[in-house]
Design a binder for this molecule. Structure first.
Ligand SMILES: Cc1ncc(COP(=O)(O)O)c(C=O)c1O
Length: 401
């Protein structure tokens, strides 16, 4: 049977990602990886997760039954007051507006399935998160790439697009962005919200790195600045602050969308595992959770410092330029004339060091000179050794080209 001819148009639009290719290349013994955009295993609150899971099963065995399609009411209520307490939202949105998801990725896919159709146009930061591009792209949309500068998206380009196109939404990762590590300033967000009103489009705010700030808390969210006028869909996640394998995230949706989202959930998967939601609730509701957040922030800060120092010492003199990130997981930089994709393959094969080429993060032209290094999982000695390998690879690669 020739299966590939049976795939529908969505399946045909999916492509293997460069990230997967790099992960495979550096899965051999002796390799050092700067590829993984995920938290460090040693920072998962393992004991707490284990005891919360056990307690839940022991005290609350009905978690094994089918449950509410929007997710556990207790966790939704906790999220709703957390959003207010931490000023993610201007006021408490109410648990009726919190829709739990299998991580933000599933939230992005709900948005794709609920709102996108072939030919729709969406504004995206350029560069942007590859898997979001995959999720929206499989619906056959057209991307309008808005260059992402240090202070945020280029407003002039954005407005030029808006004058000529009707767009469904602007997809933004406003805090410590993947891949660039940049955050959009409060002023720039206000300008974008004005454009959203003038040209009537939604903002999809994907914010999984918000709690991972190193020096000072990040600028206010689009959600809070919009005074919650239902123009912003906010996506949060516990992946980067607890553990991605729990697959637990959420969306803040307008009340009128919640019912439809629950209907879609039933059609797709009936409900999510209540055992996970109740476990996550026990983890976040523990008074020690804020200490856990302090701990992961300071550990990632040290890892950032170490990699920034090594890159400054060993790669900057070779022409690699970058701005140290203020939070999140990534160092993002470029080198004039470098073919990032070829270089990443070369470095993985010849020096056993994995980095991600920038090209895959761009929907517009360009990006071939960029590289992304993640420091989240990299201990100090590996950081030094990895950057030494990178500098050797860069020198030899440039020589052999
Ligand atoms: C910007 C962005 N959005 C969403 C996700 C997916 O996160 P989750 O594990 O919550 O699905 C990631 C993961 O790397 C990400 O970087």
């Amino acid at each position: 049977m020739y299966w590939s001819s049976l795939f529908n148009v969505r399946m045909k639009r999916l492509n293997p990602s460069v990230i997967q290719e790099m992960m495979t290349l550096i899965s051999k013994p002796g390799c050092i990886s700067f590829t993984a955009g995920e938290p460090s295993m040693d920072l998962h609150p393992l004991e707490k997760i284990r005891s919360a899971f056990d307690e839940t099963l022991f005290n609350d065995p009905e978690v094994l039954a089918y449950s509410e399609p929007s997710g556990d009411p207790g966790l939704r209520a906790w999220i709703s007051s957390w959003l207010e307490k931490n000023q993610y939202a201007a006021s408490n949105p109410g648990m009726e507006r919190i829709f739990l998801t299998n991580g933000s990725q599933a939230g992005l896919n709900f948005i794709s399935l609920m709102f996108l159709k072939e030919g729709d146009k969406i504004l995206v930061e350029d560069p942007s998160y590859t898997e979001a591009i995959l999720s929206f792209g499989k619906e056959g949309v057209e991307f309008l790439p808005v260059p992402l500068k240090e202070e945020g998206p280029d407003l002039q380009v954005m407005e030029d697009f808006l004058k000529k196109n009707r767009v469904s939404f602007f997809y933004s990762i406003p805090t410590f962005q993947n891949p660039s590590g940049r955050s959009i300033s409060k002023e720039r967000k206000r300008e974008i919200l004005k454009l959203a009103e003038r040209y009537d489009f939604l903002i999809v705010e994907d914010d999984p790195y918000r709690e991972l700030w190193f020096d000072s808390p990040p600028p206010a969210t689009f959600l809070s600045l919009s005074r919650d006028d239902e123009r912003v869909i906010y996506l949060g996640s516990f992946s980067k602050i607890i553990a991605p394998g729990l697959r637990c995230g959420y969306m803040v949706l307008p009340l009128s969308v919640m019912k439809k989202a629950a209907e879609l959930r039933v059609a797709l998967e009936i409900n999510l595992p209540a055992i996970i939601h109740k476990t996550v609730l026990k983890v976040v509701d523990d008074p020690l959770f804020s200490l856990h957040l302090d701990n992961i922030r300071s550990t990632y800060r040290l890892r950032r410092d170490s990699m920034v120092k090594n890159v400054n010492e060993l790669l900057t003199p070779l022409g690699f330029s970058f701005s140290p990130p203020q939070g999140g997981f990534f160092i993002w930089g470029s080198m004039k004339g470098l073919n990032g994709l070829e270089f990443s393959r070369y470095a993985a094969i010849n020096e056993k060091i994995g980095v991600i080429p920038g090209e895959g993060f761009f929907v517009g032209a360009g990006g071939e000179n960029y590289l992304r290094f993640s420091f989240a999982q990299v201990l100090e000695d590996q950081s030094r050794e990895g950057v030494i390998r990178l500098s050797r690879a860069l020198k030899n690669f440039v020589r052999t080209e």
